[in-house]
Write a protein that binds this ligand. Structure first.
Ligand code: SF4
Length: 324
């Protein structure tokens, strides 16, 4: 762990029992490693069911990991109890894809945004809380007149601003963003991204930014990790992932990014990923991607490729590169 590493995830595993099936588990996350330096953004990308949200919820300890470590400021918080976890609840905050379901519909904006301040005992009077709520609302593009309203009175973009205000009011160091723009109109997505970028430079915030396609993390990430069926397939800096992606799955994700030119789009479809993601209850032996990979070799069905540095801090888990 280097000096300015804020978060380091080591061999993280999270299995869920399958209801009614003894000895069966969902391999949601199966030995994932990555780290994030202070002030940087790691984009975590993959299809639904790849385990990226489970990684996020494990970091904020909504899930208790099955095994592995989550070092935050050099302390392993993967299995610490509620009392020891309390200071980290202030330092690590999360925003969700659907702000409507994450905001209590019976609470006003004032109560919703002030709640973390009160839970962390960071204010002593109601007036102090109100002043801080109005200050953060102004920063996310809302105002004092919104404090008495309820979540259903806002648009999706405004609700995500409320979620952001609620997360940022206690001045966290790490913000885990679980598909924060996926449910928003394209025009609103850019506004939320811009807000996140402003807070990043103003407060030296560190982000884990989760998305299901590469286009969404393009403008926010310093590094990008690509997950498939509970495993990290490729991990490198943003430029490498967009200019020299190596893993066949990452290249398939690139092909899935919609483009305006019909001729280029037709050519791209040739390399798009075919088939469905296999069941995480019984993931394929060998490389987990081999059932959908157009470059699959004999070894891919038998041996699981390790995530290895193939040069320039570009990590890839694929026999095409690691056999060399
Ligand atoms: Fe494809 Fe084999 Fe690489 Fe897996 S290890 S991505 S199956 S080439």
């Amino acid at each position: 762990m280097t000096d300015n590493t804020l978060l380091e995830v080591k061999d993280l595993v999270k299995y869920f029992p399958v209801p009614g099936k003894q000895n069966s588990v969902v391999h949601a996350v199966d030995g994932v490693n990555f780290s994030i330096k202070k002030g940087e953004t790691l984009g975590l990308v993959g299809e639904s069911g790849c385990g990226k949200s489970t990684v996020a919820k494990s970091i904020v300890r909504m899930h208790k990991p099955t095994s592995g470590s989550i070092f935050f400021e050099s302390r392993d918080i993967a299995r610490i109890g509620a009392r020891d976890l309390k200071p980290y609840r202030k330092k690590i905050q999360m925003i969700f894809q659907d702000p409507y379901s994450s905001l209590n519909p019976r609470m006003t904006v004032l109560k919703l945004v002030a709640e973390p301040l009160i839970a962390q005992k960071l204010v002593s009077t109601a007036n102090q809380a109100r002043d801080l709520v109005i200050e953060i609302l102004n920063k996310v593009g809302l105002s004092a007149e919104h404090t008495s309203r309820y979540p259903h009175e806002f648009s999706g973009g405004q609700r995500q601003r409320i979620s952001l205000a609620r997360a940022l009011i206690i001045d966290p160091e790490l913000l885990v963003c679980d598909e924060p723009i996926s449910a928003l109109d394209v025009s609103i997505q850019a506004q939320v991204i811009n807000l996140l970028q402003e807070f990043k430079s103003e407060r030296s915030l560190t982000y884990l930014f989760i998305a299901h396609d590469l286009s969404m993390v393009r403008y926010v990430s310093d590094h990008v990790g690509v997950m498939y069926l509970g495993k990290m397939m490729e991990l490198c800096n943003s430029e490498q992932i967009y200019k020299t992606a190596l893993h066949p799955y990452t290249r398939g994700l690139h092909a899935a990014i919609p483009i305006a030119d019909p001729d280029a789009a037709r050519a791209k479809k040739i390399s798009a990923i075919q088939g469905d993601i296999p069941s995480p209850i019984s993931p394929p032996r060998g490389c987990r991607f081999h059932t959908r990979c157009s470059e699959c070799m004999k070894i891919c069905r038998e041996e699981e490729p390790e995530l290895k540095d193939v040069g320039g801090d570009h990590l890839v888990a694929c026999h095409l590169y690691t056999m060399r």
